[in-house]
Write a protein that binds this ligand. Structure first.
Ligand code: TYD
Ligand code: MG
Length: 452
């Protein structure tokens, strides 16, 4: 009998080792190295290398290469198309990652049900009945969508050969299992092997494959980093599970930009595309409340008006509490220090709570000014006018700094009926014929004089 061949893999980063050790040299994690059996008998995965597959390619002059635009498959989901850069490229592998329960299976099942092409949805996680129940809530009438519950790649390929689908969806890569490797599903070598087989299948038949991938507790796609290198596109589905909004981003895209993002709303009947997110994120209240301010932010390339709420109150305990939801807590502390030192507000003995409504996480520095305005408004207990908004970064010396694409933000604010927008004096603005008033400010004190 042939000797069983084993190697050691770090389950965190995928590095391979010849022998076991306690700490991974590459990612410095402890106790993540596990022995895995790698045994490769004669390989006959997706059609063993035939003459066609092993055809050597020859160099071509760059101007001889046919560059006619790749026809893309329309997914009939505006947000998904936008993030992919116009649709699915034939023969591509797309990986969709996200926390458990965020809606990955729902999104891809929903897209499979909408497609007019023959789609094979392979699930290793749920039974056909469970999927049917979910499909009934979303779109019960589709005769082009086939459901297969299977985890062995060899069996999946057998079904694919019989069915010849136009698109294959795999839920999820961590449940797949190939006969050529003996380690268990979800292990590094299994994930690598199954992905390689799928890539070979996709490239040889020009069938696009959509993969669902689990993520680890620190937010990375479980499995080797190499998985992200192998696929063409990596999408991330994120959001707060307790809120209805979900954001789809591209982390890597070989066929388009990674700046686009898609927004969905989770409803009882699946995910609804949100094409005008700003209108939903701002609460349309009639009375003016203190501590609320609206920021004109950009998520990727999309302008998004977001409401910031702050509550400043006298600290009950010795150490004042600072807490931020949807905003970086360190940045909040920095802004409070700037307010204290540069504008003379005594916030050191106050509790400060900050919340970005809608369960959205904002990284855009242009939200700073709205955060400061909300804090001042709550601290002084004066409400801001409903129809003003903010777009600027705040620097350490209390200066109001310019932000990128300010004109796009101004136009979005105007479209939504804001009458005034506060931006940095140092932003170059060449917009003409606009109804919205642009208030240029250069220091944090300027803002304080407007509010207080
Ligand atoms: P799911 O797609 O199973 O998440 P994932 O595959 O990322 O783990 O869906 C998760 C949640 O979505 C589930 O808790 C219920 C909710 N949901 C709805 O609110 N409406 C719906 O129509 C569906 C299908 C699911
Ligand atoms: Mg799922």
């Amino acid at each position: 009998m042939a000797k069983v061949k084993t190697t050691f893999f770090c389950q965190n980063c995928g590095t391979q080792f010849a022998k076991w050790q306690g700490q991974c040299n590459a990612c410095k994690e402890w106790n993540t190295i596990v022995e895995e059996v790698i045994q490769k008998p004669e390989k006959n995965d997706w059609k063993t290398p035939t003459a066609k597959a092993s055809k050597a390619s020859i160099p071509l002059r760059i101007n001889e290469i046919d560059s006619t635009k790749e026809a893309r498959l329309n997914t009939f989901d505006g947000e998904f198309n936008r993030v992919l850069g116009g649709g699915i490229v034939p023969g591509s592998l797309t990986l969709l990652g996200g926390e458990p329960g965020i809606g990955k299976s729902t999104l891809l099942l929903q897209i499979s049900l909408k497609l007019p092409y023959k789609t094979l949805y392979v699930s290793g996680e749920e039974s056909q009945k469970q999927i049917k129940m979910r499909a009934e809530r979303i779109n019960p009438n589709n005769s082009n969508c086939y459901i297969l519950t299977e985890t062995k790649t060899q069996n999946i390929f057998k079904q694919i050969e019989a069915l010849e689908p136009d698109i294959v969806v795999i839920d999820s890569i961590q449940t797949l299992h190939s006969d050529f490797i003996e380690s268990s599903s979800g292990s590094i070598s299994q994930i690598k092997e199954c992905t390689t087989e799928l890539i070979k299948f996709a490239k040889e038949t020009s069938t696009p494959v959509l993969l669902i991938g689990h993520i680890t507790k620190d937010g990375n796609i479980a499995g080797p980093k190499i998985l992200e290198h192998m696929v063409d596109t990596v999408l991330q589905f994120e959001g707060d599970r307790n809120h209805v909004f979900r954001i789809l981003r591209a982390h890597k895209n070989r066929f388009g930009s990674t700046n686009e993002l898609g927004i969905y709303e989770m409803q009882g009947s699946g995910l609804r595309e949100v094409s005008n997110p700003s209108e939903i994120l701002i609460s349309k209240k009639d009375e003016e409340l203190s501590g609320n301010a609206v920021a004109a932010t950009l998520e990727g390339m999309r302008p998004l008006m977001i409401e910031v709420q702050a509550l400043v109150s006298t600290a009950v305990y010795g150490t004042p509490q600072r807490s931020a939801t949807g905003f970086n807590a360190k940045r909040l502390n920095m802004l409070l220090a700037v307010l204290e030192k540069r504008a003379g507000f005594r916030l050191g003995a106050k509790d400060v709570f900050l919340n970005i409504t809608g369960g959205i996480n904002v990284d855009d520095p242009a939200i700073d000014l709205a955060v400061v305005a909300a804090i001042l408004s709550s601290n002084e207990d004066v409400s801001l006018q409903k129809d003003i908004c903010f777009a600027a970064e705040v620097g350490l010396s209390g200066e109001i700094r310019p932000v990128q694409r300010v004109e796009q933000r101004i136009l979005e604010a105007e479209k939504l009926g804001f009458s005034t927008i506060f931006v940095s004096k140092y932003n170059k603005i060449s917009l003409k014929n606009i109804a919205i008033q642009i208030q240029l400010i250069s220091k944090i004190d300027d803002l304080a004089t407007y509010i207080v």
